[in-house]
Write a protein that binds this ligand. Structure first.
Ligand code: AMP
Length: 617
C-alpha cells in the first residue's frame, strides 16, 4: 500500500440503505436489525468490498464496522450453495462471537451461515459446525491456524479474508499466526484489513498481504469522536484507589469501565471499590470463560454498575451505553487511550473519558495531544477540607429535606427548649447520630437489594447481633442520605446528576473513607483480614468456612466477622490478635480437598460491612 493514512473525510453517508442496492433478503435482514441508514464506514466500504477489491479501513469499534464488511460479503460475495468462502479473524473470542452473531443476523434470510471458532471451546464441535455447511468462519488466530494445520478447515474455496481489529491482533502478539494463516489461503482471495489505528506495522502488513488496496481512512475526529469529553485528575502522592473512589463519586457515572494497566490491579481495584460501597466487578484474563461471561452479562444487564478491566479483557465488549471510561492507570500508548475511550460516546450519546495521571504520565498526555489532537481538561479533586464541607452540607440538606412538614407543635416546643438548654449541643448530637445511623441502615438495605452476586457477603451466624447498638461519635461520620434526601444533587461542589444516574444503584458509603465515624458498633476496629484460597468455585459458603475455622483454630464465634466469598478465595475478618494463631492452625486445613493456604489479607482495614440479617448465600 502506498497511501499514507492522512485524514480523509469519507463521503456523506446515504440517507437510506436503498442506496446500497442490497438484495431483498439482505435488505429485509437489515430492516429486522433495526438499522435505518448506513453508518459512515458502511457507506464508504460497501462499494469496494462488493466489487471484490482489497480494502484497508481505519475505523473503530462502535462505528458499525462489522456490518460494513458483513453486508457486502453476504450480499455479493458468498454463494450459499458452496462451502467456506469467508474467513474473519478477530483478536478475542468475545469479538469473534459478536461478529458471528452479526453475520447470522444479516445473513439469515439469504441462508448464509457463520461459525465462530476460538480457543477454550471444543475442537470437535467446531469441526462439526464447519462440516455442517458454514459459509463464514469467524475465529481467533490461534484456533483458526490449528484447524488449518489439522486439515479440519479447508480454505480452497475461500474468496475473502478479513482481519478485524488488526492493530489489536498485532499488539496481542498474533503477527506470526496471522502470517502463517495468510500464507495458507488461496492467492486469488480478497483481503480486507480493519483497524482502529494505523501504526507502521499495519501498513507493512497491508503492503505484504494486500493487492493494490483501497484505503478508507476516516478522519481523526471519527477515530476519537467529538462525542467524548476528556478530563484529567492529577494524582501525586495520594493513594490512587482512594483518588479513584473520589473521582467516581464526583463524576457520578451512570456506568463506567475502569481500565487498569495490569491484570493484578483489576482485582485489587475492584475489591477496594466494592468495599467502599460501589457496585463493581472485574474482568481479567485469568478469569475462566464462564466467570468472564457471568461478569459481562451482569454488566450488560446493569446488575453491576461499573466494570474494572485490562485492555485485553475488555476487548470486544459490545456495550453501547457506557457513560464513562476511567483510566485508573494512564495508558503509555496514545492508541491504547483512543481504544479505551472509544468505548463511550457511542450510538449518538455523549461520553466522558476521565483519567488519573501522575508525574510519570506527562509524556503520554503530550503524545496524545500530538498524535490525536486530544486535549483533556484538567480537573482538581477537592481537598480534604472541601470534602468535609461537602459532606456536611449534604447532611444538612438531607436533614432539612426530611424534616419538612413533620413537626407538630409539641415537638417544635421541645426542639426550642433543647436548643436553649445548656446540654443542647450534646442532645442534638445524639439525635443526629440516631438519624444518620438509620439512614445507613436504609442505604444498606437498598444496597442489599441491588448487590451483585459476587462477592457475596455472608455473616457467620454467631456474629449476628440481635439488636445493633446505636453508633458512637457522630461528628466525622459519612453516611448515605436517607431515601428521600437530596444528597445526590445537593451539596457544594457536586454537579447535578442525570436522570438515569438517579435511577441507578446508589453507592452505599458505609466505609466513610477516612471518616469511619458512624459505623455501627458491631464493626470491630481491632479486626484484621485472613485470606483463604477457597472460594465460590470450590463450593465454599460462609457458614461452613466459619465453622471450619472455629473448629480448627478454637476461636470464639465473636472473633470471626462477615465472610466475603469470591470466585477463587474468601476474605475472613478475624480479631487481629488471633490472626497468626489462626493461620498456624489452618496451615494444613482443606475445604473440599482444596488447601485453605491461609495468609494475611492484603487490606488491613477492618470488615467494612456491618452484619446483615442473613447468614448464608
Ligand atoms: P460495531 O462497530 O460493528 O461494533 O457496531 C456497533 C453497534 O452498532 C452494534 O451494536 C451494531 O448492531 C450497531 N449498528 C451497526 N450498523 C448500524 C446501523 N447502520 N444503524 C444502527 N446501528 C448499527
Amino acid at each position: 500500500m502506498t497511501t499514507a493514512p492522512t485524514n480523509s473525510t469519507p463521503p456523506t453517508p446515504p440517507l437510506s440503505f436503498d442506496a446500497l442496492k442490497l438484495s431483498l433478503a439482505v435488505r429485509r435482514a437489515v430492516q429486522d436489525a433495526g438499522y435505518t441508514r448506513p453508518t459512515d464506514v458502511q457507506a464508504a466500504v460497501f462499494g469496494p468490498v462488493a466489487a471484490g477489491k482489497d480494502v484497508v479501513v481505519q475505523s473503530k469499534t462502535g462505528s458499525g464496522k462489522t456490518a460494513a464488511f458483513a453486508l457486502p460479503l453476504i450480499d455479493r460475495i458468498v454463494d450459499p450453495a458452496r462451502g467456506v468462502q469467508v474467513l474473519v479473524l478477530c483478536p478475542t473470542r468475545e469479538l469473534a462471537l459478536q461478529v458471528s452473531v452479526e453475520f447470522a443476523r444479516l445473513g439469515k434470510l439469504k441462508g448464509v451461515v457463520p461459525c465462530a471458532i476460538y480457543g477454550g471451546a471444543s475442537l470437535e464441535k467446531q469441526v462439526d459446525e464447519i462440516r455442517a455447511g458454514a459459509h463464514v468462519i469467524v475465529g481467533t488466530p490461534g484456533r483458526v491456524l490449528d484447524h488449518l494445520k489439522r486439515g479440519t478447515f479447508d480454505p480452497s474455496e475461500l474468496k475473502t479474508v478479513c482481519l478485524d481489529e488488526a492493530d489489536e491482533m498485532l499488539s496481542m502478539g498474533f503477527a506470526e499466526e496471522l502470517n502463517a494463516i495468510l500464507e495458507r489461503l488461496p492467492r486469488t482471495r480478497q483481503t480486507l484489513l480493519f483497524s482502529a489505528t494505523m501504526p507502521e506495522a499495519i501498513r507493512r502488513m497491508a503492503n505484504r498481504h494486500q493487492k493494490d488496496p483501497e484505503a478508507v481512512l476516516l478522519s481523526a475526529d471519527q477515530i476519537s469522536p467529538d462525542s467524548i469529553d476528556h478530563f484529567l485528575y492529577f494524582v501525586g502522592s495520594q493513594d490512587r484507589v482512594s483518588s479513584l473512589a473520589r473521582v467516581l463519586e464526583l463524576e457520578s457515572p451512570d456506568r463506567a469501565i475502569v481500565f487498569c494497566n495490569t491484570r493484578d490491579e483489576t482485582q485489587s481495584v475492584a475489591t477496594a471499590l466494592q468495599q467502599r460501597g460501589f457496585s463493581v466487578d472485574y474482568l481479567s484474563g485469568e478469569l475462566e470463560q464462564s466467570a468472564r461471561e457471568r461478569v459481562l452479562a451482569a454488566f450488560r444487564e446493569r446488575k453491576i454498575q461499573h466494570l474494572v478491566a485490562t485492555d485485553v479483557a475488555a476487548r470486544g465488549i459490545d456495550v453501547t451505553d457506557v457513560s464513562h471510561v476511567v483510566n485508573f492507570g494512564f495508558p503509555a500508548e496514545a492508541e491504547t487511550y483512543v481504544h479505551r475511550t472509544g468505548r463511550t460516546g457511542r450510538a449518538g450519546r455523549r461520553g466522558i473519558a476521565v483519567s488519573l495521571f501522575g508525574p510519570a504520565d506527562v509524556g503520554s498526555v503530550y503524545m496524545l495531544r500530538l498524535t490525536y489532537g486530544i486535549r483533556p481538561i484538567e480537573r482538581a479533586l477537592p481537598s480534604a477540607a472541601e470534602e468535609r464541607t461537602r459532606r456536611e452540607l449534604e447532611r444538612l440538606a438531607a436533614l432539612r429535606e426530611e424534616s419538612i412538614g413533620v413537626l407538630d407543635a409539641e415537638t417544635a416546643a421541645l426542639a426550642r427548649r433543647i436548643v436553649a438548654h445548656d446540654d443542647g449541643e450534646r442532645m442534638i448530637g445524639y439525635l443526629l447520630k440516631k438519624f444518620f445511623y438509620q439512614a445507613t441502615q436504609d442505604a444498606l438495605e437498598l444496597g442489599a437489594r441491588v448487590a451483585d452476586e459476587r462477592p457475596v457477603v455472608v455473616v457467620a451466624p454467631s456474629s449476628i447481633p440481635t439488636q445493633p447498638a446505636p453508633p458512637e461519635a457522630p461528628e466525622e461520620a459519612e453516611v448515605a442520605a436517607p431515601k428521600s434526601a437530596p444528597s445526590a444533587e445537593g451539596g457544594a461542589g457536586r454537579r447535578p446528576r442525570s436522570r438515569s444516574a438517579q435511577d441507578k444503584p446508589r453507592r452505599i458509603d458505609v466505609h466513610g473513607g477516612a471518616d469511619p465515624g458512624l459505623e455501627p458498633e458491631t464493626i470491630e476496629s481491632d479486626m484484621g483480614e485472613l485470606r483463604v484460597a477457597v472460594g465460590r468455585r470450590d463450593g465454599a459458603r460462609g457458614g461452613d468456612l466459619a465453622r471450619l475455622i472455629r473448629d480448627k483454630a478454637g476461636i470464639a464465634p465473636r472473633d470471626i466477622g462477615s465472610i466475603k466469598i469470591y470466585d477463587r478465595f474468601a476474605i475472613v475478618p478475624i480479631r487481629a490478635e488471633s490472626i497468626d494463631a489462626v493461620i498456624a492452625a489452618l496451615e494444613d486445613a482443606t475445604f473440599n480437598d482444596q488447601p485453605l493456604s491461609p495468609e494475611r489479607g492484603k487490606l488491613s482495614e477492618p470488615s467494612l460491612v456491618p452484619p446483615a440479617s442473613s447468614d448464608e448465600e
